[in-house]
Structure formats: structure tokens, C-alpha cells
Ligand binder design. Sequence first.
Ligand code: 5GP
Ligand code: ZN
Length: 113
Amino acid sequence: MSDCLFCKIIAGEIPSKKVYEDEKVYAFEDIKPAAPTHVLIIPKRHFAGLDKAGPEDAEIIGYCNLIAAKLGRERNIEDGYRTVLNVGPRSGQSVFHLHLHLVGGRDLSWPPG
Ligand code: 5GP
Ligand code: ZN
């Protein structure tokens, strides 16, 4: 999608700190990290968010979580991390290309704000 920030990041039109890439997903450091590890994992195929997902998106949503688990293992933060999908403006979603936050490397409070 031509006017989507994260599609531009995938295309390399906007620079990012890549941490992982394969044919299905791209993962990069969040520009404003909320924790020592704060990575965004995004499907290469654009769709706006979980609220806009259909059955055809089930596999990629699961796959993003598995990539988060792999990164969590590699970064040695398996004593506590979180994967988060913000959905809708009241959740704080500000970019409407689905992205899974991987947040960890510090104590995480519950419930989230
Ligand atoms: P949301 O609030 O939509 O769930 O998450 C969007 C995330 O994207 C935020 O954590 C924000 O810091 C991050 N972000 C926004 N613009 C950029 C950017 O240009 N580069 C990177 N690396 N992260 C961004
Ligand atoms: Zn996009």
C-alpha cells in the first residue's frame, strides 16, 4: 500500500534497524522503545490490523508470534516478555499495518495501561 509507513519500511524507502526478515515477515527495532527489547514484527502483505483480519490471515498472525518467540529465545528474555497487538485508536494503535510488538528485557506490570 503506497501511503503506508510500514510498507515503506519493508520496501526500504524509510530506513529501519532490521532484526529479522524472511519471505513472509519483516522485524525491526521500534523507533521509540518501551523496553530494552522492543521489536515490531510485521507481515509483508499489508492489512490494517486484527480487526480487519480474515481467515486467510490466521497463519501469518500465528507466524508473527512464532518469530517473536524465536527472537525472545535469541535475546535471552524468556523469563518474561510480551507480544501485543494494539487494535483501534483507543488501544494506542497509530499505524494501520498489522504489527506485533515484542516487548521484554525488564519487569512488565499487569494489567497493562
Ligand atoms: P502502535 O501504537 O500502532 O501499536 O505501534 C506503532 C509503533 O511504531 C510505535 O511503538 C512507534 O514507536 C513505532 N513507529 C512509528 N513510526 C516508526 C518509524 O518510522 N520507525 C520505527 N522503527 N518505528 C516506528
Ligand atoms: Zn502497509
